[in-house]
Design a binder for this molecule. Structure first.
Ligand code: PLP
Length: 376
């Protein structure tokens, strides 16, 4: 496609569409990050972020992607040689445990089929007296499967291991409760439910995680100096000022809608998407209905990459590719962030037309989704 009129449909499961008001907020002039105006911005910004994590404790921001916040979680709490327990729920869980190995940790990696959430019974069965941390991806962006974090925590009983959770594709879209569920480190980033461009890593840290301060070497990633500087409205490095303007606006949007309403909107759009998939007669990658993701749907279809190419070419819409073990076997529809009923209607229409043009024998699924949307 050489020229495309109208707006591109960015329906990958992140980066997501950045709202115009967030883009406008980010276009304000960069200010002195050591001056009074910046210092006044930081504390209310961090306070507004805390409810999204479901915490009243410390939150830490980095100019980084989610991968940086992953590394921060590990190097702030653990020492080389420590044992961690990880679960193969998909591509991102696989990458996080690989990083743990790179950092010299001993990883117990429980195999999985990429179609189910973490099984809490496996958590209690696999914990050993040496386990120092349990690492779980809340919402596997590669598979569209959401694990039950409260159940994982319960399965840990009174074991002293830290619970670390990746909420990269769930924070700000799926109900999440860092404090209530007893999570020690929650890792996330800016480019998904928070509706910002990539570039911010975000972390909520429990008092127990802060106290753990393992023996790994760290400098840039060290939480404590950042938390100390933040109390004065400062950062120990040049902060990404314009992303912080954007974050302030995005948090204002989320709180204006109301977090419960934001979560309900995502649940509704996910249900409508699944109604379309069922109508098309296609198969979801996720096999456990209690673990269907509210932020993305991964669909098994022969020639998935060709379908995506057709849709990009004909309708100027980007869909998520299959990653890792399911590369070429699935495509993923992102339905998170700055998104409404008509964005979903357009998305599903584009997918249905693309499937038909690509020669996949599908029946009408859009009508079922539209009926569901019209009901509410
Ligand atoms: N964890 C999950 C669940 C993700 O979806 C991603 C990226 O999509 C990451 C971690 C890595 O984040 P980033 O690409 O921002 O480094």
């Amino acid at each position: 496609m050489s020229f495309a009129s109208g707006r591109h449909f960015l329906q990958i499961p992140g980066p997501t569409n950045v709202p115009d008001q967030v883009l406008r907020a980010m276009s304000a002039p960069t200010i002195d990050h050591r001056g009074p105006q910046f210092a006044a911005m930081v504390p209310p910004l961090l306070e507004a972020l805390k409810p999204v994590f479901g915490t009243t404790g410390d939150v830490v921001l980095y100019p980084s992607s989610g991968t940086g916040a992953w590394e921060a979680a590990l190097v702030n709490t653990l020492s080389p040689g420590d044992r961690v327990l990880c679960f193969e729920t998909g591509h991102f869980a696989t990458l996080w445990q690989a990083m743990a190995r790179d950092l010299g940790l001993e990883v117990d990696f429980v195999p999985g089929d990429w179609r189910h959430p973490v099984d809490p019974a496996e958590v209690s069965a696999r914990l050993t007296p040496e386990t120092k941390a349990v690492l779980v991806v809340h919402n596997e962006t590669s598979t569209g499967v959401t694990s039950d974090i409260a159940a994982v925590r319960r399965a840990m009983g009174d074991h002293p291991a830290l619970l670390m959770v990746d909420t990269v594709s769930s924070l700000g879209s799926i109900d999440y409760r860092h404090d209530e569920w007893g999570v020690d480190v929650t890792v996330s980033c800016s480019q998904k439910g928070l509706m910002l461009p990539p570039g911010l890593g975000l972390t909520a840290v429990s008092a127990k995680a802060l106290a753990a301060s393992g023996g790994s070497r760290r400098s840039y990633w060290a939480w404590q100096p950042i938390i100390e500087a933040n109390k004065r409205g400062a950062f120990p490095y040049t902060p990404p000022t314009n992303l912080l303007y954007g974050l302030r606006e995005a948090l204002h949007m989320l709180h204006s809608e109301g977090l419960p309403e934001v979560y309900a909107r995502h649940a509704r759009h996910a249900a409508a998407t699944r109604a379309a998939v069922q109508g098309w007669g296609l198969e979801l990658l996720c096999l456990d209905p209690s673990a269907y993701s509210n932020t993305l749907t991964a669909i098994l279809v022969p020639g998935a990459d060709h379908v995506r190419e057709v849709i990009l070419d004909r309708f100027d819409m980007s869909l998520g590719a299959g990653l890792g073990k399911v590369a070429g076997e699935v495509f993923r529809i992102g339905h998170l962030g700055h998104f409404n009923d008509l964005s979903l209607a357009g998305t599903l229409s584009g997918v249905q037309m693309g499937l038909q043009i690509a020669g996949v024998p599908v029946k009408d699924g859009v009508s079922a989704a539209l009926s569901l949307l019209a009901e509410a």
